[in-house]
Design a protein around this ligand. Sequence first.
Ligand code: FAD
Length: 444
Amino acid sequence: MVVIGGGFGGLAVTQALKRADVHVTLVDRSNHFLFTPLLYQVAMAGLAPAEIASPTRSLLRHQANARVLLAEVTEVDLVAREVHTRETRPLAYDYLVLAPGSTNAYFGHDEWVNVAPGLKDLDDAVEIRRRVLLAFEAAERETDEAARRRHLTFVVIGGGPTGVELAGAIAELATFVLARDFRSIRPDSTRVILVEGSESVLTSFGPELSARALESLRAMGVEVRPKTRVTNIDARGVECGGERIDASTVLWAAGVRAAPLGASLGVPVDKQGRIVVEQDCSIPGHPEVFCIGDAALFVPAGEEQPLPGVSPVAMQQGRFVAKKIARQVDRQPSAQTFKYLDKGIMATIGRSRAVARIGRIRLSGFIAWIAWLLLHIVYLIDFRNRVLVLIDWAWSYFTYQRGSRLITGHRLHAGTPGDQLDRQGEPVPDKPLNGLPRVGHDTA
Ligand SMILES: Cc1cc2nc3c(=O)[nH]c(=O)nc-3n(C[C@H](O)[C@H](O)[C@H](O)COP(=O)(O)OP(=O)(O)OC[C@H]3O[C@@H](n4cnc5c(N)ncnc54)[C@H](O)[C@@H]3O)c2cc1C
């Protein structure tokens, strides 16, 4: 059996097959499992990359029937039952599970990728951290007031959980953390603008929690612009709602689409590239191939809305598919319908502020934040990471300091946009941001 992707879905299916009579080959192009709910904390210098990621190989070291291959899948031949990768010979399978997740969607504006990075993996988080910290450094050096304002203006596009978390965390970073360390930056000189196309932020949480989240963001000084569409982004800012906002840092949290692999299989996909799956998560016409998690479009029977792209869906589908395969291998009847158990959703907005819907209970403020904190500690996959994160959070809570504020992957001569002067003290024209090196690895 081959599993493509070692994220929430792929890892769940592999681990749930521990005692089954199968040989599992897990293929992933990255060597680690990433706990995405805490990714924004890495981007905002609260946690180090290694605290929220664990090597897949070590997570499966005690599972004798599973092997891990670091490789990028380029093609799946559903007829020959083979998986092709860039790095290996074709991998034959009897069963295949596709769990390649999703990627950022720029709605036809791929030219925005470099000027407004999205947050999907560790490299993105380290790149965003670098840009945010460099913007503060540039502002500290700057003597021109307009240029300093530009460096201290942060625009986050998209008011879903990731956008809200990023906007809240930047406001918090400026107010509590960095303002103490810099001499010319006052906390109130930082502007954080959250642009959202729909009526409000966190609309999937329902009107009541959405309103609370809006209130919290505004109390933290975030300028929220609902019902506003971004029409252009460049290295110096954004145009939205007929207005030009000068900002050196623009972050994208406005949309995702399924990983491109799904669309290359020649099976039905929706507008977001998700593979339309049957009620047992299999691909139509291929009972031996399953697709789970963010890459799948699963509409429960009798309902209109598909299941959301969240980690519990991916994990529960993974465990369901594992059980189904194990029973088929044992020649036992297997379940035909996956049923999702929705335990709720939560998002944090900043220090001591969060919103949560757990069953019928709606929580906001400090109590929701404590629930968020405890849940994320419990779900971190490694015991070592749980301890490290707990210590780091306690440290920053009581000292108002951030432990992971290193700027890496940057040489000053590589250029911070708009901040270089020639020998006469005149500004050197900006280099395009996509000329900056991306950070490959980071162990800070
Ligand atoms: C910033 C952020 C915050 C989030 N916060 C939350 C949250 O608080 N709560 C929540 O429930 N959900 C959250 N999510 C959503 C959650 O991460 C996803 O729903 C979940 O990861 C989906 O699991 P998956 O297995 O489908 O994909 P993933 O976990 O994304 O795993 C996909 C894997 O496939 C690999 N892969 C992709 N293509 C290939 C290829 N061609 N070859 C080899 N390997 C490949 C990738 O490297 C990756 O390891 C968040 C997501 C992000 C980005």
